[in-house]
Design a binder for this molecule. Structure first.
Ligand code: PAF
Length: 328
């Protein structure tokens, strides 16, 4: 009898010890992005941090580092993720092809029809495979958050057609597909880290840039003279939530699952607020003097940029490009 009681105590002690070891995995993690706290990246990040804190009973804290505090561009911050100097990052796909080449497949212009199409692909098998591919670069892809459909802004003139924009000097992300697309359309594109863009616009080193509405709004680009906005929607820009593989691997298995689950859960919330707030943000920009051109000749842009499918299409499987285009 004594032996049985002792055995039961031993089993109980083991269960309690293992349970508490997992429950008490304590850590303070750094989550970075290039954008400010009012941008949907960081609104999502705040929600993620709150849920992680609540779900780990305060054992894991996610500290937020907005506005490029941990690096002047997303490439630099992704290097930080690889090395383990930064634990979590929300980034556009801009520089990510340099780390995981397959992600560039999402950068083709006019690949996605609308947000429904985006969700089908990113939440389906293709999206999951692209997130998985980051592992080869020592990065854990947790979920697809969102930057949004990108539109052109400039300080010179209204742009309705490709012809209106010819020769405009615009900043692109450090991304070869984007760069080639704007070249093909007759613009004068120059790649630049985001941290340098506001000053370059202000000093008229460049005439314009292209980004989703939330970026225009959060960065008050009208204060840098970006008073012409064109609804080009030329490319959809996802924003993967990435985690350093080094950090991910230090987590006990239940916490790893928790990070994956919470990342995906917040993706739904983050994409929704990003989409729901676009029109109000554009209306606010218009109040600040931004002239909005809605009736852009998108077919003209589509035709002009189509050359990049020939130039870069061979780097990806044609079947996969078609699977994305035809997803319904
Ligand atoms: O244009 C970019 O570099 C990106 O869209 C930004 C603004 C850094 C957000 O990811």
């Amino acid at each position: 009898m004594k032996k049985t009681i002792a055995f039961c105590f031993a089993v109980l002690a083991t269960i309690l010890w293992t349970g508490s070891a997992t429950a008490e995995h304590k850590a303070t993690l750094k989550l970075a992005s290039a954008l400010a706290m009012d941008h949907p990246y960081m609104v999502g990040a705040q929600r993620f941090a709150d849920l992680i804190k609540e779900r780990t009973k305060g054992n894991i804290t996610v500290k937020l580092y907005p506005s490029g505090q941990l690096g002047k561009g997303e490439r630099e911050m992704t290097e930080g993720i690889q090395q383990g100097a930064i634990d979590l990052l929300v980034s556009s796909t801009g520089p990510l092809g340099g780390f995981s080449p397959s992600i560039n497949i999402l950068d083709f212009p006019f690949l996605f029809r609308d947000f429904r199409h985006v969700d089908l692909v990113l939440d389906g098998a293709i999206g999951q495979r692209l997130l998985g591919d980051f592992e080869k670069a020592n990065i854990k892809g947790l979920a697809f958050w969102e930057n949004g459909f990108r539109h052109l802004t400039n300080s010179r003139r209204p742009v309705k057609s490709v012809e209106d924009g010819k020769g405009l000097k615009i900043r692109t992300m450090e991304n070869k597909v984007h760069l080639a697309a704007w070249k093909a359309a007759g613009f004068n594109p120059t790649p630049m880290a985001w941290g340098e863009v506001f000053t370059a616009l202000q000093q008229r080193v460049i005439d314009g840039q292209e980004n989703p509405i939330a970026v225009l709004y959060s960065n008050k680009l009208w204060d840098a003279g970006q008073l012409h906005f064109s609804f080009t929607a030329h490319v959809y820009s996802p924003a993967p939530l990435l985690m350093s593989k080094k950090t991910f691997d230090t987590l006990p298995a239940p916490e790893r699952q928790l990070f994956l689950k919470t990342g995906s859960e917040v993706a739904k919330f983050q994409r929704k607020i990003n989409r729901d707030e676009e029109e109000a943000k554009l209306a606010e920009a218009a109040k600040r003097g931004v002239k909005v051109t809605r009736d852009v000749d998108r077919d003209g842009f589509r035709r002009a940029m189509a050359a990049v499918y020939g130039e870069f299409g061979g780097q990806f499987s044609r079947a996969e490009i078609d699977a994305i285009i035809n997803a319904k």
